[in-house]
Structure formats: structure tokens, C-alpha cells
Design a protein around this ligand. Structure first.
Ligand code: NAG
Ligand code: NAG
Ligand code: NAG
Ligand code: NAG
Ligand code: NAG
Ligand code: NAG
Ligand code: NAG
Length: 435
């Protein structure tokens, strides 16, 4: 299909001139290193944003910004560090800092770097989509009820308001309790499996050489494969927390970080993605909400949605042009997989990374990562129609499954048609979550 573009709506999606004052500081590290940290990579656009022909509405989903390790992860990281510090001696200047090092990261909360990235995202999205807004057409914002997710949403709304000179100050309208039906979290599928086997297999391949090297330089440390992974995690986590390169980054080579990235890729693929039978189904509720917003039809879903929330215009309006939701990385992986994005021709190999894979978590759900669905009204070959395109971190996704001919666009009807897995409530998978 050759797409010729005509201005159909009075709203067009051009950038506006706005007060932009980005506040995200530099972390002072080689960018390609920062981009090999899997889900711990700070946000970066995976591609340059290309404005759509003409936009009429936007549904945006964003994950939490850079944050401290989760409580349980923090404990095991601390143990691994103590083990390394317990070495009898260190051979190498890169280890010197360990003699005085004290682990001091908090737990769970957003760090200021993450808040800044979310604030800047708000500024960017205002400039990108301002023409969709008016005093009565404000972004409708929801968040999952986790403090760092709520803080990410609030920093985003603050950045959005700032860029508009406070003309548009969106409010966070709905905060969904994570112990109830919540389409922005993955807490409703107790039978879901884990990625432990796959990540352990890969750690068995890449970590022993690293452990041997460090154990030789730090006799007595006796690091295991999982200690190696824990200590590598401190490079990104300390860097985003302190806004300065962590000395832990210097203990590893860039090739070793490429292996670390693959560890994160496998963890997500087999934890919430295509490699987990009950992964994609946890994204179905959100996809059904997305279909409702795109088509203006009531939400039809028998998975994670809360029918009370989704049937009320106060908590689930459908007459607006801009929706922004804030969630977690693991839930976004489920949503991406329910949609059919980043499908791989072969399951990820646990013994060897396929360098041609598109499943790279740093490009999918980095800190503050985002998935944007744009509904467009275009004239193609003389016929006006409604189209959809999806961007993940600004990279337009190819959607061969609904007739995308290479420009990333699918006719709205074809897109809805293609989402059969969601429309059929996960084709039986949802029941397996609790049976
Ligand atoms: C320290 O490491 C270097 C190589 O990295 C090695 O040549 C040297 O023998 C080591 N020193 C000790 C005391 O083990
Ligand atoms: C560790 O701390 C001691 C005492 O404060 C100081 O003398 C020493 O230089 C420090 N070592 C390193 C490697 O920073
Ligand atoms: C959307 O619908 C709600 C509830 O029916 C109404 O209060 C609101 O004014 C409508 N907003 C717009 C922009 O039409
Ligand atoms: C932004 O996030 C920080 C946490 O890092 C939080 O303390 C602050 O209240 C948030 N800002 C707004 C405007 O809510
Ligand atoms: C649905 O949402 C309402 C309103 O927030 C809440 O009171 C209720 O507990 C939720 N129910 C379930 C099952 O999630
Ligand atoms: C950054 O790291 C990459 C990969 O390790 C390397 O190829 C590149 O030369 C580095 N760039 C700079 C400016 O150091
Ligand atoms: C919550 O989800 C369950 C499982 O799909 C469903 O049976 C129940 O009706 C939902 N409750 C609400 C209030 O939507």
C-alpha cells in the first residue's frame, strides 16, 4: 500500500515550541556500556522518532524510572559484595576501593536520576503531542500502586506541565492497588513459572571464567556464578543512584557486560515473554483496554481488568486523545508479548546469544522505557481510514501480523483482528494461571 497523507483531523501531530529544559544529568560513562545493562539501562531512544502522518490519539505506557534494587535483590547483592570484600588480598588497582567500600543503596524507591528521566519524558511528550490537547482534552493518567511507579507518573506529569508553561497540568487520576485486579502489574498469575533454569544455564556458560579471574585476583573470595551476576548488577545500580560511574563497572570488560545483557534478555524472555507459557497472558488485560480505547467500545476482558474501574467514565474515560499509564518492566514485557511484538523466529538459546536477535531488553524496557500506540487518521490511495502504529522507545515496530507493508502502519480494523489472543482472553492460558 502506498500511503499518501491527507490532513483529516483538525488536530495534527507536529511538534510545538515549548519551554524545554531537560534535567537528566550525564552519568559519565560510555553510552554503549550503559546500553548493555538490559533492564537496568537508563532510557535512551532506540531509534529517532519520526512524526506520524497525522495523529488523532495516543495511548502511552511507561515503566518506572531508574530505581534502587528491590529489597530481596538488595540482600543477595550485599551478600555477594561482602563475600568479595572478605578476600585475603586484592591484586589490581581496580579492586582498591573495596577495602573501604560500604554498600549503601536504598531499596525499591525511584532514584533522582529516574525521576529526572521521567520528568524529561513528560516534557518531550508535551512537545510531541500538544496539538492533541485542549483545556478539556487532558492526558488521562493511571499508575500501578507501587511508590516508584507513582513517583514516575508524578514526575512525568510535572515535566509535562512545565513544558506547557503550566497550561496543561495533567493529574494522576487512577492508582490501581496491586493486590487487586490490575492491568498494570503481573501479580495475578500464581502458577507462572520462572526463568531460573534458563538464566542458570547461561550463567554456567559465561560466569565461570569471570569468577575464576576475580577469585584469582581476590584469593579467598570464592565467588560463585550468581555472585558474579549480583556484583555486575551493581555497576548500573550504583551508577544511576550516584549519578557517577560505579567502580564496580571497572571490574568487568565490555564483552562481559554483553553477556550480562543476554542474561537479562533470557530472564525476561523466559520470565514474562514468549518463553513463558503464562507470560503473554498477563498482558492481555492491558491489550483489551488498549483495543477499547482505540475503538471506543467498552472493555471486554475476563483476565486482569477490574470491571468496576473500566466501566466508569471517571476511571476509564474513552472520549479523550491522550492516555498515559505507568507500570513495571516485567508487566510491559507481558504486554509486548501479548501484542505479538519482538517475536523471535527461534526461542532464545540458553547457551549462546544469537547476535541477530531483536529481543534485547535494553531496547525494550530500559528504565523509563515506553510503548506508545498512535492512532492515526490518514488518506491512503484516496481512501481515508484509521490506522495504528506502535513505537517502543521511539522505534516504530513492524507489525507484519496485521498487514504492515513496511511503514509500521496497520489499518485499525486489521490491528484489532490480529489481537485474537487478547480478545479470546489468552485462549485458555488465563485459566492455567490459577487452576
Ligand atoms: C597479580 O596479577 C598479575 C597479572 O594480572 C600477575 O602477573 C601477578 O603475579 C599477580 N600478583 C600476585 C601477587 O598474585
Ligand atoms: C581507606 O580509608 C583509609 C582511612 O580513612 C585511608 O587511609 C585509605 O587511603 C583509604 N583507601 C582507599 C583505597 O581509598
Ligand atoms: C468525556 O465524557 C465525560 C463523562 O461522560 C464528560 O464528563 C467529559 O466532559 C467528556 N470529555 C470530553 C472532552 O468530551
Ligand atoms: C519525583 O520522584 C521523587 C522520587 O525520586 C519524589 O520524591 C518526588 O515527589 C517526585 N516528584 C513529584 C513532582 O511528584
Ligand atoms: C476494583 O476497583 C475498585 C475501585 O478501585 C476496588 O474497590 C475493588 O477492590 C477492585 N476489585 C477488584 C477485584 O480488583
Ligand atoms: C565505548 O565502548 C565500545 C564498546 O565497548 C567501544 O567500542 C567504544 O570505542 C567506546 N567508546 C569510547 C568513546 O570510549
Ligand atoms: C477480577 O478478576 C477476576 C479474574 O478474571 C474476575 O473473575 C473478577 O470478576 C474481577 N473482578 C472485578 C471487580 O472486575
Amino acid at each position: 500500500m502506498v500511503l499518501t497523507v491527507g490532513l483529516v483531523l483538525s488536530l495534527s501531530c507536529g511538534f510545538v515550541t515549548a519551554t524545554i529544559n531537560y534535567i537528566t544529568p550525564s552519568l559519565g560513562l560510555n553510552q554503549s556500556l550503559e546500553q548493555s545493562w538490559a533492564e537496568y539501562s537508563p532510557y535512551y531512544p532506540a531509534s529517532e522518532y519520526t512524526a506520524p502522518p497525522d495523529g488523532c490519539s495516543v495511548v502511552q505506557l511507561q515503566r518506572d524510572g531508574a530505581h534502587y534494587p528491590k529489597k530481596s535483590d538488595g540482600k543477595s547483592i550485599m551478600n555477594s559484595v561482602e563475600q568479595l570484600q572478605g578476600a585475603k588480598s586484592f591484586n589490581g588497582s581496580e579492586y582498591e576501593f573495596l577495602t573501604n567500600f560500604t554498600y549503601s543503596l536504598g531499596t525499591d524507591d525511584l532514584v533522582s536520576y529516574g525521576a529526572a528521566q521521567s520528568y524529561d519524558a513528560g516534557q518531550l511528550h508535551y512537545t510531541r503531542y500538544a496539538s492533541l490537547l485542549s483545556e478539556t482534552m487532558m492526558p488521562f493518567v493511571r499508575a500501578s500502586d507501587s511508590e516508584r511507579v507513582v513517583d514516575s507518573a508524578l514526575n512525568w506529569t510535572a515535566g509535562f506541565a512545565f513544558a506547557s508553561n503550566n497550561q496543561y497540568a495533567p493529574v494522576l487520576s487512577v492508582i490501581i492497588d496491586q493486590s487487586t485486579n490490575d492491568t498494570l502489574d503481573d501479580n495475578m498469575c500464581p502458577n507462572v513459572g520462572t526463568s531460573d533454569d534458563e538464566t542458570e544455564d547461561w550463567a554456567d556458560v559465561f560466569a565461570p571464567a569471570i569468577a575464576d579471574r576475580i577469585n584469582a585476583a581476590a584469593p579467598g573470595a570464592k565467588l560463585s556464578n550468581s555472585d558474579v551476576v549480583n556484583i555486575m548488577t551493581l555497576c548500573p545500580l550504583e551508577t544511576v543512584a550516584n549519578e557517577a560511574p560505579s567502580p564496580f563497572c571497572d571490574l568487568f570488560t565490555s564483552d562481559e557486560f554483553a553477556s550480562f545483557e543476554y542474561y537479562g534478555d533470557l530472564d525476561n524472555y523466559y520470565g514474562n515473554g514468549y518463553g513463558q507459557q503464562l507470560g503473554p497472558v498477563q498482558g492481555v488485560g492491558y491489550v483489551n483496554e488498549l483495543l477499547a480505547r482505540l475503538t471506543g467500545q467498552p472493555v471486554q476482558d475476563e483476565t486482569q481488568t477490574n470491571h468496576t474501574l473500566d466501566s466508569s467514565p471517571t476511571t476509564f474515560p474513552m472520549n479523550l486523545t491522550f492516555y498515559a499509564d505507568f507500570s513495571h518492566d516485567s508487566e510491559m514485557i507481558s504486554i509486548i508479548s501479548a501484542l505479538g511484538l519482538f517475536a523471535q523466529p527461534h526461542a532464545l538459546d540458553t547457551t549462546q546469544p544469537n547476535t541477530l536477535r531483536t529481543w534485547q531488553v535494553s531496547k525494550m524496557v530500559p528504565f523509563s522505557g515506553r510503548l506508545t500506540t498512535e492512532k492515526l487518521s490518514c488518506t491512503a490511495e484516496g481512501e481515508t481510514g484509521e490506522y495504528v502504529r506502535i513505537l517502543v522507545n521511539d522505534a516504530v515496530q513492524s507489525m507484519y501480523f496485521c498487514g504492515d507493508t513496511g511503514n509500521g502502519l496497520c489499518a485499525l480494523d486489521d490491528f484489532v483482528e490480529s489481537q485474537e489472543y487478547a480478545r479470546l482472553n489468552g485462549e485458555g492460558d488465563w485459566a492455567l494461571c490459577t487452576d
